[in-house]
Design a protein around this ligand. Sequence first.
Ligand code: UD1
Ligand code: MG
Length: 454
Amino acid sequence: MKVTAVLLAAGQGTRMKSNLPKVLHPVAGKPMIWHALNAIQKSTTEKPVVVVGHGAEEVIHYLGDSAQTVLQDPQLGTGHAVLQAEALLKGKTDLIVVCYSDMPLLRGETLQKLVETQKNNKGPISMLTVVSDDPRGFGRIIRKSDGTVEAIVEEYVATAEQLQVKELNVGGYCFDANWLWDALHRIPKNPKKGEYYLTDAVELASKEGLPVQAIVMDDLEETIGVNTRVHLSEVEVAMKRRINREHMLNGVSMIDADTVYIEADVKIGRDTVIMPNTYLHGKTEIGEGNVIGPNTIIHDSKIGNGCKVLASVLEGAWLENDVDMGPFARLRKGAHLGNHVHMGNFGEVKDSYLSDGVKMGHFSYIGNAQIGANTNIGAGTITCNYDGEKKHATEIGEDVFIGSDTMLVAPLKIGAGARTGAGAVVTKDVPEDTLVVGMPARAIKKLERKTKKK
Ligand code: UD1
Ligand code: MG
C-alpha cells in the first residue's frame, strides 16, 4: 500500500514576528520541518510532499531533494493547501498523511499508529486528538451521542458550549486518498476568514455516514504546535529533555541534565559523563568513557575514548583517545589532537595536527602546523603563520622542546630533537638535534637527544 505524506508549511507564521519562515526556526539545532520530515519517514512509502508558500524560496532551498514541493499562492487555508498536491499525487498513492510542520515533538511512532489505524478503518479519515485543560487555540472535537467524531470546530467560531470541550484537534491526519481529493473540492469557504479548512473534511465524512477514527494521544507534550516564540521555547526545552533522556538510557551520565544542551544529530558513547553547562552541537560524535565539561561548547567535532575536556570550546576538531584539555582551551576548524595529547589553559589550535603525546601546557597559538610525537610546546609559543597576506605552514619534528615564548615565524621547519631557548624568534629552519636561541635565533651548539632517535 502506498502511503505519502503532505506537510503543510505555507502559512505566514505571523505570530512568530520573524523574517525567517516559521518552519525554518530551529529546535535542537534542526529546522522544525526537519523534525516533521524525520517523524513521518517510518510511516510512509513515498517521497514526502511539502506545501510551501510564505518564504517558499528559502524553504525549498533548505529541503533540497529531501522532499517534493508544491506552491500554495495565495494561502487560503489548510484545506486549500492540501489541494495543491492533487495534481502531483492523484492516482499515485493509497493513503495520505497530512501534518502541520510546526509540531516538532510529534513522534514517528504516533504517526505509525495513525497510519495503521487508517489501514483498518472502513471510513476515509483517521486523526489525532488530545484531551487537555489548556486549549492553546486548537480546534475542538465534537462527538455525536454515540461517541463517533462529528466535526472539528475552530476556536474562533466555536459556541460557548463548544469552547468547553476538552478534546482537541492535534493536527495529524491519515486520509483515504481517493476520498480526500473529491472531498477537498467540496469543502466550503469559511465565511469569516474566506479560507478553506482541512478540518471541515471531518464533517463531510460524518455527514456521509462514514466513520472517522480518532486516536486520543496521552502525551500532551507531543502535541505542542509552535505559533509564537513562547511555544518555540517550550518545544526546545521539551526536546532537550527528550534527547538527554535518550542518551542517559543509552549509558551516558549527566550530573545535571537540565543544564546540558545536545542537538539532534549528536552521538555519545557509553560511560561518558556530560558535566553541567555543556553544549554539544552539529555533527558531533563522542566516544566512550570521556568526561566533557563543565562549561564546554562543542560544534561538529569528533572525540575518541577516555578524553577529558574541561571548560573549553571545540569547533570542527578531532580528538583521538585519552586527550586531556582545558580549562579554557580553544580548538578551531581542522585541529587534530593525537592520543595522549595534553593541552592546558589558554591555548588555541587551528588547522594543525599534534601527534601522540604532544604537550602544550599554557598560553599558546598553533596554526597551520604539524607537530611530531612527544614534542613539548612551551608556555607562550606562537606559530606566526600569517604574514598579512598568506598563511604559512610550520613543521615541527618529534621530541622537540620549544622553549617558553618562542615565536615560530612560518614557513618554518624545526628538525626532530631540536630545542629553542626561551624568547627565541625563529625565522630560519632548524636542523635536527640543534639548540637555537635569541632574536632572530641562531644555532649555537649541537645536542645529544635524551630519547632514542627513530
Ligand atoms: C490548525 C488547525 C486546528 C488545530 C491546530 C493544531 C485548521 C483550520 N486548524 O490551527 O484545528 O487544532 O492546527 O496545531 O487546520 N498552512 C498552509 N497554508 C495555509 C494555512 C496554513 O500551508 O493557507 C500551514 C501552516 O504553515 C502550518 C499549518 O498549515 O504549518 C497549520 O496552520 P496554522 O495557522 O498554524 O493553524 P492553527 O491555527 O494552528
Ligand atoms: Mg499552528
